[in-house]
Design a protein around this ligand. Structure first.
Ligand SMILES: [Mn+2]
Length: 447
């Protein structure tokens, strides 16, 4: 349970996946922490391409921070239904007085507890005078199945505890089975552990707004945040390490810490971080790019582009172009995918809204996809119960964007991007959602 999950935002992009993997590696290597790189959703096509290129698997999928039954399950020794009660008794003597009864297929049959034992004795001896001379040794010869409570409920190991709290509180017994997806015995859990389950430990990278984080983040212990976005962070009970810096990518921040520790990231991890940096900064051309990012690209290049490594034949720019190519294009994906892959939800001035971004290498393809993208955007707005949704189609070569909006809100009529005949708005020189578009939109909504 001392595992620490390093996890980025939902709808993960390459920087979010890479910084989670890189930071998990650094904390293991530098501090000896038991870290697990995680992701809050499916990897996008660009990240999938990068992972394949460097030869790594996607990180662990963690959709939800709410504690699960497996976190409190104890793998108690079990007896077969036909084995003598004395065997169950021996197990109960070593546990907290319970012994699980499991058949040969692994299916839980019942739980022997103090109460179920009392009921058995009551049945055998009871108020009937003829049986009162029954000896304890004979009772211990009874098959275990006779002595167990066959009503003990089963809960799935990967089920969320909070979804079953009502049932847990209503149940007569205090001990429950935990089973796998096939219904086979995994362990036993106690009511008192279920009412106060251990929280999972998380470190957030590349985001700090709960709206962009895994579900039920408030049920986890948040240990640290490492990010490069505007603040919208949750409050915490205890002080946490909090690093938010104005650089082009979280991968940059990770690479700086690796260097400060006197370490060099292995070529595969360095390749991931380099891809995260080049993707977030559009190969160091986005206005979010700083000198620190350029230094980070040199440093990561030095670690990643080594002989014998997966990127041996690449340069920083040749690799960067392939990374961007792996994501661009409107034709390769459905409109639904385009508006939801790199999509973030924000809240400002009483509005809940989404801003999605899609990168293309030329804007010619936009016109043929325009109406289907608009429909997909409106469907996204309705599905997520938002006030409006926006898609930023960015030409990474021409460094310009077109904006598609679901609604012409009066608050947004002052957007400094001129409406075009095709119904989009032209945002010349705007390529960064975070640094260029979002501050303008937030400023208008919060007036
Ligand atoms: Mn980022």
């Amino acid at each position: 349970m001392d595992k620490i999950y390093i996890i980025g935002h939902v709808n993960p992009d390459t920087d979010t996946i890479s910084s989670a993997m890189g930071y998990a590696w650094l904390l293991r290597e530098r501090d000896g922490s038991e870290t697990v790189a995680a992701r809050a959703g499916a990897v996008n096509p660009q990240t999938a391409w990068v992972l394949k290129k460097v030869g790594l698997e996607p990180p662990y999928l963690l959709n939800d921070a709410s504690p699960r039954f497996e976190s409190v399950s104890r793998r108690l020794d079990a007896v077969r239904p036909e084995s003598a009660l004395r065997d169950a008794w021996a197990i109960a003597a070593r546990t907290w007085g319970v012994a699980p009864v499991v058949d040969e297929s692994g299916a839980p049959l019942g739980m022997m507890t103090g109460t179920s034992l009392f009921r058995l004795v009551n049945r055998l001896v009871g108020p009937n005078p003829q049986r009162q001379e029954l000896r304890l040794a004979e009772i211990l010869d009874v098959a275990s199945r006779e002595a167990c409570n066959s009503e003990a409920p089963c809960f799935p190991a990967n089920g969320r505890i909070r979804d079953s709290l009502n049932r847990i509180l209503r149940e007569e017994g205090d001990d429950f089975f935990v089973v796998d997806e096939k219904g086979a015995y995994v362990g036993v859990c106690r009511q008192r552990d279920l009412l106060n389950p251990p929280r999972i430990k998380v470190i957030l990278v590349d985001h700090n707004e709960p709206r962009q984080a895994i579900a039920n983040l408030e049920e986890a212990d948040l240990l640290e945040i490492l990010d490069h976005h505007r603040l919208g962070n949750p409050s915490t009970h205890a002080p946490i390490k909090f690093t938010v810096d104005i650089v082009g990518s979280t991968s940059t921040l990770v690479s700086e810490q690796v260097e400060e520790a006197g370490l060099a990231a292995p070529p595969q991890i360095a390749g991931m971080l380099l891809a995260g940096l080049l993707s977030d900064t559009l190969i160091l051309t986005s206005p979010t790019t700083t000198d620190r990012d350029r230094k980070a690209a040199d440093r990561l290049g030095r670690w990643a582009l080594v002989r014998g490594g997966p990127l041996a034949d690449e340069t920083v720019s040749s690799f960067g172009r392939q990374v961007l190519d792996a994501s661009s294009g409107l034709s390769a994906r459905t409109p639904e995918e385009i508006v939801s892959t790199d999509m973030k939800v924000y809240e400002a001035g009483g509005f809940r809204f989404a801003v999605a971004q899609a990168e293309v290498t030329d804007l010619v393809q936009l016109s043929e996809h325009l109406s289907s993208l608009k429909n997909a955007l409106a469907a996204l707005r309705d599905k997520r119960a938002l006030e409006f949704a926006m898609l930023m189609v960015t030409d990474v070569v021409g460094s310009t964007s077109h904006l598609l909006l679901t609604d012409e809100l009066p608050q947004l009529s002052d957007l400094p991007y001129p409406p075009q005949p095709d119904g989009t708005r032209l945002a010349e020189g705007v390529v960064s959602r975070k640094k260029q578009l979002l501050p303008v939109v937030l400023g208008l909504l919060e007036r």
